[in-house]
Design a protein around this ligand. Structure first.
Ligand SMILES: *Cc1c(COP(=O)(O)O)cnc(C)c1O
Length: 415
């Protein structure tokens, strides 16, 4: 069948459906480097506007840090642009092995294997280490890439209610007869910014002889006293069997991911994980950049400490202004608006005030839980945060929601 009118018609109808449901995603074009201050073309075709970015995963402000950029340049000069091969044929350089060793050290694990992205790490790891004799027991709010990875794996799948340890224990008892059991969670959950109870999960896994898998994409580099991640924050460094994480967020923000953990798990991935075997790994220029990021973070906790101070200031400011926030203490600070149209209007008004912060609504978050997800960065200075708070207060007042409770906002705007 060629690309006939019928085919085109089917796709056009589907896309129009997405549009009429109000779920069509439109991208805004950034004409500058990723940072606290960016220049944006929005709507498409309009002149550039300088805005403050408050919704990037650039938690440590390293996406365009001069030392990282310089290290990447040096990596480009010394190791070239591309690998033109997967790892096991001729796509492994010394710096790839060096990065694996540095990540192992940073995360406090036994070994590490790089993947093109954390999405690929999650897509490959379960199938590589589990069979139909085994079970995966995941938190109900894990990231989409973990869900895809579990779909590709023949092991049985079950879930437990979000962060509910009693429910997890029941599921561990229910699946006691399985050969291998893996409990699966995010370290920090990206939509609500809450933290997994890893100390309790480690205890349960020890009691019921299960492995623990944690996706640290929204934690690596800044959660915990020295930024190792949620396992450090919860006092269980060295006790997580399988960690996946990304270099595409706090750790420089370019791309790449990894599986880090028990030696045999990593070796199983090297032998069997399909995104590792059949896709090029991280480009040398990015490897060089991430190596510099880890060096910067290991030398000083200055950036994660600044991020903590910024986050506290931001959260307190929004609370005092009278917004309903999702509780937590990570740099993910969701301002709850509940109604999807209100979230969209609010985001547009913020943009008008020079603040770039996206509205999130169904299907990214559950129906009736629309929000503006703000994300704080060590790249924000006080003047950024103050301008941000001014804009939120102004737009909040315009919509008449300052000081309203969740119930009152829902009464006023509906769901
Ligand atoms: C962003 C994210 C990923 C994907 O990371 P990439 O390296 O961009 O593929 C995976 N898991 C979680 C929890 C994430 O937030």
């Amino acid at each position: 069948m060629a690309y006939s009118d019928k085919v085109r018609g089917i796709y056009k109808d589907t896309l129009e459906g997405i549009q009429t449901q109000g779920l069509f995603k439109v991208e805004r074009f950034i004409h500058s480097a990723q940072a606290a201050d960016i220049e944006v073309e929005f709507p498409t075709g309009s002149s550039l506007k300088k805005v403050i970015n408050m919704c990037a995963n650039n938690y440590l402000g390293l996406s365009s840090h001069p030392d990282v950029v310089k290290a990447a340049h040096e990596g480009l000069d010394s190791r070239g642009y591309g690998m033109s091969s997967v790892r096991f044929i001729c796509g492994t350089q010394d710096i790839h092995k060096e990065l694996e060793a540095r990540v192992t050290e940073f995360l406090g694990t036994e070994d590490t294997i790089l993947f093109p992205s954390c999405m690929d790490a999650n897509a490959g790891v379960f199938e590589a280490i589990l069979t139909e004799e085994d079970v995966m027991i995941s938190d109900r709010l894990v990231h989409a890439s973990i869900i895809d990875g579990m779909r590709l794996c023949p092991a049985m799948h079950d879930t437990f209610k979000h962060s509910n340890m009693n429910h997890l224990e029941k599921k561990l008892q229910l699946h006691a007869d399985k050969r291998l059991k893996v409990v699966i969670t995010d370290g920090v959950f990206s939509m609500d910014g809450d933290t997994a109870k890893l100390d309790e999960m480690v205890a349960l896994c020890e009691k019921y002889d299960a492995m623990l898998f944690v996706d640290e994409s929204h934690s690596s580099g800044f959660i915990g006293k020295t930024g190792r991640g949620t396992h450090e924050h919860c006092g269980v460094l060295g006790k997580i069997d399988i960690i996946t994480t990304t270099f595409g967020k706090a750790l420089g923000g370019a791309s790449g991911g990894c599986v880090s953990g028990r030696r045999e798990v990593v070796e199983m991935c090297r032998q069997k994980a399909r995104p590792y075997l059949f896709s090029n790994t991280i480009a040398p220029v990015v490897v060089a950049g991430v190596l510099k990021v880890l060096e910067v973070l290991s030398a000083s906790t200055e950036r994660r400490d600044k991020l903590e101070v910024n986050t506290e200031f931001w959260r307190k400011g929004l609370e005092e202004a009278g917004f309903v926030l999702q509780p937590g203490d990570t740099p993910i600070v969701p301002v709850m608006l509940f109604n999807a149209k209100l979230a969209q209007a609010f985001s547009n008004d913020l943009y008008h005030e020079g603040i770039y912060a996206m509205g999130f609504f169904f299907p990214v978050v559950p129906q009736g839980k629309a929000r503006i997800r703000t994300q704080i960065s060590a790249g924000h200075e006080m003047h950024h945060l103050e301008k941000g708070l001014d804009a939120f207060r102004k737009v909040g007042a315009k919509h008449g929601i300052l000081g309203l409770s969740k119930k009152e906002i829902i009464e006023k705007f509906g769901l």
